[in-house]
Design a protein around this ligand. Structure first.
Ligand SMILES: Cc1ncc(COP(=O)(O)O)c(C=O)c1O
Length: 463
């Protein structure tokens, strides 16, 4: 059958394209579980039959070990906001490490200099604590919200991801059979080992559905410590908040004495210098940052208003970490924020990304392949679906994940890289310019006839 021929053609082509990656993957399997160091890089997360092995990168390009270069929209899943190897950040990190060393378990002056820059950028932030990963920042935010309110329950949304800590590693992408009714879903642990008892601390709602949140507050108002949300849902493809939805979450949390936490690990310093809160003009009580903040270096932040952050200041809440605000992290943030503060940086990022989004829509429409290009210039997804996707349940029901995979296959062989999983995103960096969009579109023009034929042959199998 023709589909099988195409699949065989891809498998053969990919085997030739990435022989060294394959070799390295086979050898990694003996020492690294799954051959990699994070779930999103595994075969079962989409990198089947094996992930490409990176050999480096420069600006908007990633190089693989087989000698190819790709226009990179994976961008390390978001951190490479300035592209690969941004010289200003690397120079600053090297200079500060040479000057200071790497860490002290004592405060040092650079931390407060960087904190002031951060606070100037993030509208709701009156104080900030730096840490290392998004998961750490979110874990702290949730516990701090409980400490500040004296309440236990956390309201969060199906299809969002907030890191791997037990308190939030729930209902990321639950199977509907386990998750139950879409208007009032069950809390479903995202994997084994998560203590079942934590289910009692969670209220799960569908996103972009104010009524479900109203109902939850009507039933549990006095018990809810916080509402935790990605302000743009970037962990089920890309789904924008409906107009007024973030404002609604702000209002209802305030009305019930609960805190509003924005998990800006993806949106922070990406949608604008002030993150999603700056972009949408809605101010949470607490927010978490990572990824774009460090310009490619590992660093995260927990930011908040003084009434909440004072619990850390006076020792009622312990926020600790050996590596917090180490010199590498602080120098990276210092330089990254300088780069991102350049006049016009975000206007250009949005323009370039939106140009790509528009061109994708136009070309897919001309090819008569129904897709929904959803998101904003700096982060978006091409949904293979006939209707807009507004929630995890929509994504599960209407997204043609197999079709997306074919799109990925045809693009990766033509030098364009993004994550092969429909539920991830395409990211743009400040290093992406019109010429890189042109290259991407040339690859797409070449790929579309083949993709169209494959989709036509696949029929139902392309779901
Ligand atoms: C919204 C969000 N929160 C938290 C995290 C966890 O961050 P990290 O992987 O740095 O622990 C992620 C990671 O992708 C994320 O997308």
């Amino acid at each position: 059958m023709a589909l099988t021929e195409h699949a065989v053609t891809f498998n053969d082509a990919f085997a030739k394209h990435s022989a060294r990656s394959h070799e390295l993957f086979e050898s990694a399997l003996g020492v690294l579980p799954g051959g990699v160091n994070s779930t999103a890089r595994t075969t079962y997360a989409g990198w089947d039959p094996y992930p490409l092995f990176a050999a480096g990168g420069e600006g908007p390009y990633l190089f693989d070990v087989d000698g190819h270069h790709y226009v990179d929209y994976l961008l390390a899943l978001g951190p490479l906001m300035l592209g690969h190897r941004p010289q200003a950040v690397i120079d600053r990190v090297a200079a500060e490490v040479q000057r200071l060393g790497t860490m002290f378990a004592l405060p040092y002056e650079l931390e407060q200099h960087v904190a002031r820059k951060f606070l100037q950028a993030v509208p709701s932030a009156e104080a900030v604590r730096f840490t290392n990963t998004g998961s750490e920042a979110v874990g702290s935010a949730v516990r701090l919200a409980r400490a500040a309110t004296g309440r236990q329950k956390l309201l969060r949304f199906e299809g969002h991801y907030h890191g791997w800590q037990d308190t939030v590693y729930w209902s990321n992408k639950p199977e509907p059979e386990l998750a139950g009714p879409s208007e009032a879903p069950n809390a479903v642990p995202a994997g084994p080992g998560v203590p079942a008892g934590l289910a009692d601390t969670l209220i799960i709602c569908p996103w972009n559905d104010p009524e479900s949140v109203e109902r939850a507050f009507a039933a549990h108002g006095g018990e809810i410590a916080a509402v935790l949300t990605e302000p743009v849902m970037c962990n089920t493809g890309c789904i924008l908040p409906d107009p007024g939805y973030l404002e609604f979450l702000r209002e209802i949390t305030r009305r019930h004495g609960a805190l509003l936490i924005f998990d800006e690990v993806i949106t922070g310093f990406r949608l604008s210098l002030g993150g999603a809160q700056g972009y949408y003009g809605v101010q949470p009580d607490l927010s978490t940052f990572a990824k774009a903040l460090g310009g490619g270096f590992p660093v995260a932040a927990l930011a908040g208003t003084w009434p909440v952050m004072r619990l850390i200041a006076d020792g009622r809440y312990s926020h600790s970490g050996t590596y917090n605000a180490n010199v590498v992290a602080m120098a990276a943030v210092d330089a990254a924020l300088d780069e991102l503060s350049r006049p016009g940086a975000y206007e250009e990022l949005h323009r370039v990304g939106e140009r790509l989004m528009v061109e994708l829509r136009t070309r897919f429409t001309a090819a008569d392949i129904p897709v929904q290009v959803q998101g904003l210039g700096p982060v978006f997804q091409v949904w293979f679906a006939d209707r807009p996707i507004r929630s995890w349940r929509d994504a599960r029901e209407y997204a043609r994940t197999g079709s997306f995979r074919m799109f990925w296959e045809e693009m990766v062989l033509r030098g364009v890289l993004f994550h092969p999983n429909q539920f991830e995103n395409l990211f743009i960096s400040t290093a992406h310019a019109d010429q890189h969009i042109d290259e991407t579109l040339a690859a797409l023009d070449d790929a579309l006839p083949v993709l169209k034929a494959r989709l036509a042959e696949g029929g139902a199998a392309t779901k």
